[in-house]
Design a protein around this ligand. Sequence first.
Ligand code: ATP
Length: 257
Amino acid sequence: MYKKSEAVIDIQQISYQYENSPVLNRVSLNVQPGSFLGLVGPNGSGKSTLIKCILGLLKPQAGTIHLFGTDVNHFTKWGKVGYVSQRANRFNAGFPATVFEVVSMGLFGQLGLFRFPKKKDHHRVYEALETVGMSAYAKQSIGRLSGGQQQRVFIARALVSEPELLILDEPTVGVDANSARHFYDLLGNLNQFHGLTLLLVSHDVGTMTRYVSDVACLNQTLHFHGSTRDFEANKDLSALYGYDVQHVIHEHEEMAR
Ligand SMILES: Nc1ncnc2c1ncn2[C@@H]1O[C@H](COP(=O)(O)OP(=O)(O)OP(=O)(O)O)[C@@H](O)[C@H]1O
């Protein structure tokens, strides 16, 4: 039995609806320190909505969410939480920022917008780029990198504030299979050797389950939450959540681009 204060994320019975359409129904989930949780579910099952609730961007109509033991409504230590969104790797070639500048943006939360990075911060940016194997690209323009390389830069941006929890929403959409594999290797290393707690939303269940320690299956309600081994042993569940899921872009997402 875990204590609430020990969980990195503790979600109790949350429900969320957009106007009249219910999306999350009494979802409870906890993420323990050092774990690597893969969140899976079909299109429209509420995964991104759940992530937005965890990040305090949406307020559930019922239930509670605690981050590091603090109610999300009162949580202020956002430097502990890194987030990489679905659309992080979609900069076009003309975007006027270097890789170094993009990663430096991850420090703004701590520095304040009007303080320029000092030498120490400079070092942290390079260290984060080193961790993701992209330090050689620091001076390049972000838009000229491949989708997979951009994605690594966004991980570096999230790492520069030295988070304890990293949340990634569909990070490998639009990235080729080889880059995606390298990307998962990187996440596996961050989890195992840097002790980072990870929450990953992905449709690529086959690849994901080779890396994650735990799996949560969501379709408005939580259908399963347990170890990867137990998920794979449950053949009906792994077939249902593993193979019939395609990534489809929603109309409201398309409009937001
Ligand atoms: N801003 C919004 N306004 C109204 N409805 C929304 C909004 N965002 C999402 N929805 C709807 O809520 C449901 C859940 O969406 P959500 O994006 O959380 O699902 P998802 O599991 O992340 O889907 P996908 O795997 O396709 O990204 C969908 O039916 C979606 O159309």
